[in-house]
Ligand binder design. Structure first.
Ligand SMILES: NC(=O)c1ccc[n+]([C@@H]2O[C@H](COP(=O)([O-])OP(=O)(O)OC[C@H]3O[C@@H](n4cnc5c(N)ncnc54)[C@H](O)[C@@H]3O)[C@@H](O)[C@H]2O)c1
Length: 605
């Protein structure tokens, strides 16, 4: 007969434990909440009441329900209070010896039929289980942060966990309104195995001054639709917890260098900068435990925000130059979108294509897109006509002689772009900003095709340009501060967020996104889980808008493979080697939605 969990124990009331207490108590289960000292108990109680009070204030929980919830929780110091519970979930810091000691104690104290569960993110559940005399009743129940909000629970079964224990825990998860995926005991399970390499890489970018914390976070939120940026997420997880998870994953997961914690993380732990819980991590918070970020010495001053830091380009700060007339070269998807964006924002645009026929096609495409805006009531007919009227159509570069900014969006071939920039150098007036939209070529190569590399910058728009709010502003080692400032100011005038980064393969977004997608393919290839469960895990555990396989099918497997190859070639990181399965699917013509089949068959939907 299935177990009926009427009372559970939670050990450790930190970031996760307090949230787990709330999940159970909200669902009518009595909870014994245990901490190591009275002080720690008070802190845990404060996290719980803070969270439930916020839910009441937001109208998500009635006051009476909050009171009922809190009345189901009994707080105690020491494990002895757990002698009568049906299930214990341990959520103490991520140290194997500590967890083993606690499990040995729990085994002695808890009734023989009780299930003992760990919320570990990266340690071996098997190793924890052997500290007890009942390893078949030990299981991983891995909640996600914040536990009351995130729908996913990873249920981790060891080789000795009884089938009935797994089934009962799965049933319990459903009762709690959670979606569970059951997996075997591997470092990082699904979600963290895919998440932490990305987080560590983002910290590495910050540590090496590749981009600011605000820009790294904005890039991933606006470029990928993630609920929070990687550095803000590190603060939510807890920098110390993240360190332990990375360290364990490095040791257990084949010593992948991408999991070796970036030195800055250890320094922050030593300095007590643990994230939200200590009031300061990558960001500074109103007070310990608060989610509210307050300005600190790293916060960009609004007026300066458009200036860039000038550190890559000879120092000094400079204001943006005035830009009113834009030249856009190219006639593909990106050029078309960018023409629309500038024209709609009120700039005078000169579009240069390779001939009248191409110009006519681009004109039609821009008109069709603007018409959609009119139909949806987002744009008046007069505004549409004014936008179209601002575009001048040309087939010769000579017409760019008096523009203030040129945006190049021609084919992604270095020789073509270099030749174009050499021509622009001869034609354009001095002081013009010359921008390339390349997503994979080094901007410096293009810059050096001109006699004015200080004026050359990358402006990496995302597709579809009229909708995507992000632009990566790519500075080379020769870009001047004024050029960056102008580029950033133009992004702001377009209503987009310009994030400044260095000239490295993948810039911010692709460098952080594609290795994660590649890792998901490797996980599938190793038969650790299914595409559906992996997609579920990332959507429900991390709040991603799409799972990795859904996204790969949309982006195109060939595109993903090409980007991953570039990253691998430039950074020489063994972990970036493209997954063989990705290569095989591309060879087989399974390119995703556009070919009808990728990781999923799209012809039958
Ligand atoms: N932070 C996350 O995002 C996250 C997500 C999922 C899982 N986890 C896992 O959850 C576990 C807890 O992580 P956290 O971030 O909540 O840590 P935390 O540091 O915020 O909280 C740990 C709590 O355990 C208490 N504690 C320490 N020793 C104890 C003992 N002997 N008895 C009772 N309580 C004790 C501490 O006082 C502290 O309140 C870890 O295994 C972690 O890997 C964390």
């Amino acid at each position: 007969m299935a177990r009926d969990f009427t009372s559970v124990g939670v050990v450790g009331l930190g970031t996760m434990g307090a949230g787990i207490v709330e999940v159970f108590a909200r669902n009518g289960v009595d909870v014994v909440a245990v901490e190591v000292s009275e002080d720690a108990l008070d802190r845990g109680r404060a996290i719980l009441t803070g969270s439930t009070d916020r839910a009441v204030a937001k109208g998500k929980l009635a006051e009476a329900d909050r009171d009922a919830l809190l009345s189901r929780v009994r707080f105690a110091v020491g494990l002895d209070a757990l002698h009568a519970v049906d299930l214990v979930i341990e959520a103490v810091p991520e140290h194997l010896d500590l967890k083993q000691r606690i499990f040995t104690e729990l085994d002695r104290i808890c009734k023989p039929e009780a299930i003992l569960a760990t919320n570990t993110s990266s340690l071996s559940v098997t190793e924890i289980s052997v500290a007890t005399s009942r390893p078949n009743q030990v299981i991983g129940i891995h909640f996600f942060n914040p536990a009351p909000v995130m729908k996913l629970v990873e249920v981790v079964r060891t080789v000795v966990t009884s089938a009935d224990v797994v089934a009962d825990v799965e049933g319990l998860c459903k009762r709690l309104g959670k979606v569970d995926v059951t997996i075997s005991d591997r470092a990082g399970f699904i979600a963290n195995a895919l998440l932490f390499g990305y987080l560590n890489h983002a910290v590495g970018m910050f540590e090496s001054h590749y981009a600011t914390r605000e820009d790294i976070d904005a890039a991933m939120k606006l470029g990928c639709g993630l609920p929070m940026g990687p550095l803000a997420l590190m603060d939510l997880i807890g920098v110390d917890t993240a360190y332990e998870i990375l360290d364990t994953m490095y040791r257990r997961g084949g010593r992948d260098r991408r999991h070796a914690p970036v030195p800055l993380i250890k320094q922050m732990v030593t300095a007590g900068l643990l994230g939200r819980k200590s009031g300061r991590g990558f960001y500074t918070y109103e007070r310990p435990g608060s989610p509210v970020v307050v300005p600190d010495e790293q916060t960009p001053v609004p007026a300066d925000a458009a200036l860039g830091d000038g550190t890559r380009a000879g120092g000094g700060s400079a204001g943006p130059a005035a830009v009113t007339k834009i030249g856009i070269v190219g006639s593909g998807t990106m050029a078309t979108g960018i023409i629309e964006v500038f024209a709609k924002a009120g700039y005078e645009v000169v579009s240069v294509t390779r001939g009248a026929e191409k110009s006519a096609k681009v004109f039609e495409a821009v008109k069709t897109s603007l018409n959609k805006g009119v139909v949806r009531g987002k744009l008046s007919e007069a505004d549409r006509d004014a936008a179209l009227g601002r575009i001048n159509w040309s087939a010769t570069l000579e017409h760019l002689a008096d523009v203030d900014l040129v945006v190049e969006a021609v084919v992604e071939e270095l020789s073509v772009k270099k030749a174009l920039f050499a021509s622009l150098d001869e034609i354009c007036k001095p002081g013009v900003v010359l921008a390339t939209t390349t997503s994979s070529l080094p901007v410096i190569d293009v810059a050096m095709a001109t006699q004015r590399p200080a004026d050359v910058v990358g402006l990496h728009f995302f597709n579809p340009a009229p909708l995507m709010p992000l632009v990566e502003v790519v500075e080379t080692i020769r870009t001047s501060a004024e050029t960056t400032a102008t580029a950033r100011a133009v992004c702001a005038a377009l209503g987009k967020t310009g994030v400044v980064c260095g000239d490295r393969s993948g810039f911010i977004v692709n460098a952080l996104l594609f290795p994660y997608l590649n890792d998901a393919v490797k996980m599938l290839e190793a038969s650790y889980s299914t595409a559906d469960d992996i997609d579920h895990a990332m959507k429900l555990g991390c709040g991603y808008p799409m799972g990795p396989f859904e996204l790969l099918d949309v982006v195109g497997l060939d595109v993903a493979l090409a980007i991953q190859r570039e990253l691998y070639l430039e950074l020489r990181e063994p972990g970036f080697a493209p997954a063989p399965l990705l290569e095989h699917l591309v060879t087989a013509g399974y390119l995703g939605r556009k070919s009808g089949r990728g990781f999923r068959d799209h012809t039958r939907r």
